[in-house]
Design a binder for this molecule. Structure first.
Ligand code: 5RP
Length: 219
């Protein structure tokens, strides 16, 4: 029986197959991505560098002497490689467990292909068991929380966390997300919401899924 960490390592290794030669690639955030960065370090001569979705990943990439580019200097990212907290069969995701959702959504938006690396515990029929992270401008915290209650959720302020953009995170419990695209749109329209942790409008293109039986690639 493989542990979750072993499954994360398996998908991190497999993800190298999606790294194009001589390109700048998008790199996400989290423990699975940390393992991917270790693997990337082994082939760093094959890429030009990376655009990172968080200060934490930037520090790791730089520690391996992988050049990190400002997104504004880069016109094209062939791939963005990142983890997820949950992913459904349509490759819609919940992200933001590491509080990096806004930069993740921006970098993912630029990329031609989103390669999600995840272990099988995160592959679900319906999103919502993992509390949905929402990045919020601090002054709007209570208002946004009330609106989220109206949508049927139970928002909780993530204690002691300020995002890389200086905002707070509300984690919304108790949602059974049957229509991810619609819910993302609705939450995006609440004033004060910076980013909703639903990645449905920009879903993953490829899922590299770590299973007990081996790594599967789903599209
Ligand atoms: C960070 C994220 C991560 O991709 C997500 O939390 C998964 O992390 P991990 O690989 O540690 O399970 O969205 O904001």
């Amino acid at each position: 029986m493989l542990t979750q960490d072993q499954l994360k390592l398996a998908v991190a290794k497999k993800a190298l197959e999606f790294v194009p030669e001589d390109a700048i690639i998008g790199v996400g955030t989290g423990s699975t991505v940390n393992l991917f960065i270790e693997e990337l370090a082994g082939i760093k001569g094959r890429i030009k560098g990376a655009v990172s979705s968080s200060e934490a990943s930037t520090a790791r990439l730089k520690a391996h002497h992988i050049p990190v580019f400002d997104l504004n200097e880069v016109e094209k990212l062939p791939v963005y490689i990142d983890g997820a907290d949950e992913i459904n069969h349509h490759l819609h995701m919940i992200k933001g467990g590491g509080a990096a959702l806004t930069r993740e959504k921006i970098v993912a938006g630029v990329a031609d292909e989103f390669i999600c690396i995840a272990d099988e515990q995160k592959y679900v029929a319906m999103l919502g068991a993992f509390p949905l992270p929402i990045e919020v401008i601090p002054m709007a915290r209570s208002y946004v929380a009330r609106e989220l209650v109206r949508l049927g959720g139970h928002p909780e302020l993530r204690q002691g966390v300020t995002t890389d953009n200086g905002n707070v995170i509300l984690d919304v419990h108790g949602l059974q997300i049957m229509k991810p695209v619609e819910l993302e749109e609705t939450i995006n329209h609440i004033a004060g919401v910076v980013t909703c942790g639903l990645f449905a409008r920009r879903r993953a293109d490829v899922l590299v899924l770590g299973k007990q039986s081996g790594v599967e690639v789903l599209r």
